[in-house]
Design a binder for this molecule. Sequence first.
Ligand SMILES: Cc1cc2nc3c(=O)[nH]c(=O)nc-3n(C[C@H](O)[C@H](O)[C@H](O)COP(=O)(O)OP(=O)(O)OC[C@H]3O[C@@H](n4cnc5c(N)ncnc54)[C@H](O)[C@@H]3O)c2cc1C
Length: 181
Amino acid sequence: MLHPSKDFRTHTWPWELKYRGHGRPGEYDGLWKINAYTDHLYTNPRQDTCRSQPEFHWTRLRAVGGRTNTWGRACFRHGPLDFKTKSKQGFGEEWPISYEELAPWYGKAERLVGIRGGRDSYFNMPDGVYAGPAHNPRCTELWMKGRAAKIGVPVLPERTAVLSVTDDGRRRLAHDISPMA
Ligand SMILES: Cc1cc2nc3c(=O)[nH]c(=O)nc-3n(C[C@H](O)[C@H](O)[C@H](O)COP(=O)(O)OP(=O)(O)OC[C@H]3O[C@@H](n4cnc5c(N)ncnc54)[C@H](O)[C@@H]3O)c2cc1C
């Protein structure tokens, strides 16, 4: 069972941890979710392996509730192309359902969770049902957006299950506790 005040080290300063949270040289190389902030939460896929071809890097949490305890709160819908990659793009398998069939269920989940996002109308990244606009970009994101625009690459805000206000009278997640953030 996770204990929020003991098991999430989000507020631990790097200098409070050995090697400033990066571990001994090489200790966490290639394990992007695992460092000194999180190594007590996850099994190490180098030891906890599963036989598969191609090699599958699996993520297992040592806690009741699994990975849902540590997800990053990004809430994107798959787009129409993602359901039909074999016929449209020549790889993978077709899903037995289409985006259009799933869309109302995405909406239902989005209303339940409470998500902020923009109306971006971007190809294969369908807009959802949002409880508020996307969060304001940070300085580095604005900088990136400006640079990317010069080469015609759009930079769009993430759709996130991070609400700073309540809606429909229910308390919402207002503070980020993910150890990955
Ligand atoms: C660091 C991180 C960031 C992520 N960020 C995002 C994000 O921003 N957006 C996003 O969409 N997704 C994100 N994901 C992915 C997302 O968290 C998972 O896809 C999702 O939580 C999976 O939900 P689940 O219910 O299928 O599995 P889990 O939440 O992992 O739950 C599985 C449950 O099954 C239990 N279990 C396992 N084996 C057994 C067994 N043999 N017997 C009984 N019980 C068992 C586990 O203990 C666990 O409680 C992230 C994942 C990680 C790790």
